[in-house]
Design a protein around this ligand. Structure first.
Ligand code: AMP
Length: 174
């Protein structure tokens, strides 16, 4: 995990002033580390029943797609409003300033399916909570949540209360 942490770069004031952006591209540049991340995520799924992987646009797709391949299950893209071509269900959630809407196709999950949720980073938890709501709207179940990075000082686990969530690397201050 130390290796993962060392390969994540801080970019101050991106995309706006006051935000320290966690840039994962140095980690992705290393085939060895990228493979290790996917292997570690797969390890954390061991013994769990997982029918598909749902990942969040856009950096979640990087890990979600590779992990779905490794687990041999389907991949469900969760996208920003207006990007999916077929009929969708949506959830709107609050951001620090304003709100955002996430969508999935209305036939994305079979009722009762056990869904693994993947994103690159857990900050306030609002995004992941919205995805869990989408999954439940379609009568599927959140089997587990995995992220590469957690910004633990933002308490993102609190809105995720009843879901099981693991992050491979935690940063507890800026
Ligand atoms: P949140 O809903 O606050 O948990 O935000 C999580 C989403 O925003 C993830 O999809 C991240 O990709 C992105 N995000 C939030 N904060 C950061 C940050 N400091 N660095 C990189 N990505 C971030």
């Amino acid at each position: 995990m130390k290796e993962f942490r060392a390969a994540i770069r801080d970019i101050p004031d991106f995309p706006k002033k006051g935000i320290v952006f966690k840039d994962i591209t140095p980690l992705l540049q290393s085939g060895r580390l990228f493979q290790k991340v996917i292997d570690e995520m797969a390890e954390r799924c061991r013994g769990k029943k997982i029918d598909c992987v749902a990942a969040i646009e856009s950096r979640g797709f990087i890990f979600g797609a590779a992990l779905a391949y490794k687990l041999g299950v389907g991949f469900i893209p969760v996208r920003k409003k207006g990007k999916l071509p077929y009929e969708t269900v949506s959830v709107t959630y609050s951001l620090e300033y304003g709100e955002d809407t996430l969508e999935v196709h209305k036939d994305a999950f079979s009722p009762g399916a056990e869904v693994l949720v993947i994103d690159d980073l857990l900050a306030t938890g609002g995004t992941l909570k919205a995805v869990c709501q989408l999954i439940e709207k379609l009568k599927a179940k959140v089997a587990h949540i995995i992220c590469l990075v957690e910004l633990s000082f933002l308490n993102g686990r609190s809105p995720l209360g009843r879901y099981s969530c693991e992050c491979l690397v935690a940063f507890d201050g800026e």
